[in-house]
Design a binder for this molecule. Structure first.
Ligand SMILES: [Zn+2]
Length: 208
């Protein structure tokens, strides 16, 4: 299996969405739905891939705002999310008390469960529960690539000052589940550039 990853970022929050593609089968999955879904729709069409699912690292609004437009364009694929945040996309229940904005609702959801691989066509993602920024935050690993959402960034970590955040859980999850991966593992996060697990273990000031 040859995996390729292409990212798009929106201008407003610099939130990343990723297209993950199995080059052998043309099956693909989308990680997160930022505020400029038209970029992702164009990418899907340019690559000629079949999107099998949309996986959410968590449900802050900048990571899910593009869902309705994405689903309208690519078809009613399942949206996979951790159970701790499922109500955000099923009922439109805001994730944060501080930001009582309505969330986009979707019809078909799957559960992302720690330790249970999530299959999207020929792609299979390992699910690592990395809460702390939000209760249902997950990191998604495929081959030597991991998507870390807003848990781990290049040179930083996610915010944990919200009501439903937990700074200790965030650090514990990063240390016990992400930093134990091989040095060369490429980490694609929710904001900013890609990095590697080795680089973050050596130089991330929040993990010293
Ligand atoms: Zn974010």
């Amino acid at each position: 299996m040859t995996i390729s990853v292409t990212g798009t970022a929106d201008l407003r929050f610099g939130t990343n969405s990723y297209l993950v593609e199995d080059e052998d089968t043309k099956d693909a999955a989308i990680i997160d739905a930022n505020l400029e879904p038209q970029q992702m729709v164009r990418l899907v069409r340019d690559r000629g891939v079949n999107v099998k699912a949309i996986l959410l690292t968590h449900t802050d609004v900048d990571h899910i705002a593009g869902l309705p437009e994405l689903i309208a364009a690519i078809g009613p694929v399942p949206v996979a999310v951790h159970d701790a945040e499922k109500q955000v996309v099923i009922q439109g229940k805001p994730l944060r008390r501080q930001f009582p904005v309505g969330s986009p609702m979707v019809a078909v959801t799957d559960s992302l469960v720690e330790g249970k691989p999530y299959r999207a066509g020929s792609l299979s993602f390992d699910v690592l529960h990395t809460p702390g920024h939000s209760p249902g935050g997950v990191s998604l690993k495929i081959g030597d690539v991991i998507f870390t959402g807003d848990a781990l960034f290049a040179g930083s970590i996610g915010r944990s000052d919200f009501d439903n955040s937990n700074g200790d859980a965030l650090l514990e999850g990063i240390r016990s589940k992400l930093l134990v991966l091989p040095d060369e593992t490429i980490a694609y996060s929710g904001h900013g550039p890609a990095t590697t697990i080795g680089e973050e273990r050596r130089s991330n000031p929040f993990l010293a």
